[in-house]
Design a protein around this ligand. Structure first.
Ligand code: OOG
Ligand code: NI
Length: 454
């Protein structure tokens, strides 16, 4: 078979994202309600905000919006993580960024698998936030050994999926028929299983160490725990959730509402309490487990390291001003007050080097190549010959992620682990290094600048 007969990784990713969405809709009907709510709000926003609609069109952003999702999973071993890396690579998804959640009391570290190139993101930006459990953070040695033993024995991939991954690696791609089989086989890894693999007592012991440990260790595989549509107005979405009687999280994670959205804002509904059958409780008691929830996000401008440092500083200021964290009722006020120091118009954000922008010639610019040739980007923009649109943030935020984890674990597990970030250990487990997100945005911006005079 020649390369021309292979399906593109983008097409496989789209099929997989759609299959995952169908599966999750059937498993968690409230997710379907969120998708419908977001679609309604996005249509309304685009009808009212012509400028935003034009900007999305200019940047190939309209088509992807209706399908855009991210999901999240948690795995237990290096081998599981490394095999996931190979599985996602078949769909053109690469690990980007390292997130340390231990500082927020969650015993995992993470990356996100996602497409890298502008055209691949436009085709389908599906991403999966993927966390690896840090067993070394379980203090009880016997429990740690037991968890490691359970994890070592499970197999989270089907034989068919493993064979097709190897085939794709060997041949450089998959045919249409094999891609369809790959999607079906890969989906099995992410399915929910209401049968636990451990005794109820073990589940309780793991849960007492940390509820997340029980979630990872007690089941056959890394069930997808949420799937998140992207809204253009998260405040409207939050309001819509409340009006629909959905138990929304109290606080929207991330920056406050702004004229120029930056990075990522997220809200979620609490995890469902689901019946679980334990192998030692025949016909009798079943237990419950909370793992799966719904989330909505709004994405904005990707920030440069300088912009990100300012964001981190202002967020810390809002959270720490009286040691109150993000859960009290004044938090919204403090957050808005702190972010008054973050410029909120695109000219200033761009000129001060706080965010990444995509440059393009306007129709007038394309019609006047000789005029364009002599002018730098700023002059082209001033003359109406070029536009600079925000490059959208495609990644995640560790403080927000910790907030999402916490609100879905219940209980007061805010205690930070003494452990530090351990990116080297994560990359050793992954079997690859993670891409630097700033370098990716920098390249997108530089390519667009080069194309102005190309
Ligand atoms: C992942 C939570 C992080 C996000 O959007 O920040 C996340 C998890 O609960 O496994 O999905
Ligand atoms: Ni999420």
């Amino acid at each position: 078979m020649s390369a021309a007969d292979f399906v593109s990784p983008d097409a496989i990713r789209r099929q997989f994202a759609q299959a995952m969405s169908r599966m999750y809709r059937a498993e968690v009907p409230l997710y379907g309600d969120l998708v419908d709510l977001v679609a309604r709000i996005n249509t309304q926003v685009l009808g009212e905000d012509r400028e935003l609609a034009a900007q999305l069109e200019r940047n190939d952003g309209r088509g992807r919006l209706d399908e855009e999702r991210h999901g999240a999973i948690r795995v237990g071993t290096a081998e599981e993580l490394a095999t996931l890396r190979r599985l996602f690579a078949v769909m053109g998804m690469q690990p980007v960024a390292y997130y340390d959640l231990s500082v927020a009391g969650v015993p995992v570290h993470s990356t996100a698998f996602r497409p890298l190139a502008a055209d691949a993101l436009a085709a389908n930006p599906f991403r999966v936030f993927t966390s690896l459990l840090r067993l070394e953070l379980i203090e009880d040695q016997a429990l740690r050994a037991q968890a490691a033993d359970i994890l070592a024995r499970r197999r989270i991939f089907t034989d068919g999926a493993l064979a097709l991954i190897a085939q794709a690696e060997r041949d450089g791609g998959l045919s249409q028929a094999d891609a369809a089989r790959f999607v079906t086989e890969a989906l099995e890894t992410f399915r929910w299983h209401s049968d636990a693999t451990v005794a109820l007592q073990t589940y309780h012991a793991l849960s007492a160490a940390h509820r997340l440990i029980a979630d990872v260790v007690s089941f056959r595989g890394p069930h997808i725990n949420h799937l998140t549509p992207r809204t253009l107005d998260i405040d409207a979405a939050q309001q819509g959730m409340i009006e629909a009687g959905i138990a929304a999280k109290a606080v929207i994670e991330g920056p406050p509402r702004r004229a120029c959205p930056i990075l990522l804002r997220q809200t979620s509904f609490k995890a469902l309490e689901e019946p679980v059958h334990f192998p030692d409780t025949q016909g009798g008691d079943t237990g419950t487990h909370t793992a799966r929830f719904g989330e909505i996000e709004q994405r904005g401008l990707a920030l440069t390291p300088k912009g990100r440092a300012l964001y981190d500083q202002l967020l810390a200021q809002a959270r720490d001003s009286d040691g109150a964290g993000s859960t009290d009722s004044d938090y919204g006020t403090r957050l808005r007050a702190a972010f008054a120091a973050f410029p909120d118009d695109h000219d200033t954000l761009r000129r001060e080097g706080l965010g990444y922008y995509r440059y393009q010639l306007t129709a007038a610019g394309r019609a006047a190549p000789e005029q364009v040739a002599d002018l730098p980007a700023d002059a082209l923009i001033a003359a109406g010959l070029a536009t600079a649109d925000p490059i959208i943030y495609e990644d995640f935020l560790p403080v927000s992620a910790a907030g999402i984890f916490q609100s879905n674990l219940g209980g007061g597990e805010q205690r930070a682990y003494a452990a530090h970030a351990n990116r080297d250990a994560f990359e050793a487990a992954l079997g690859a290094s993670v891409h630097d997100e700033f370098a990716l945005y920098e390249t997108l911006q530089a390519d667009s600048l080069a194309a102005l005079h190309g």
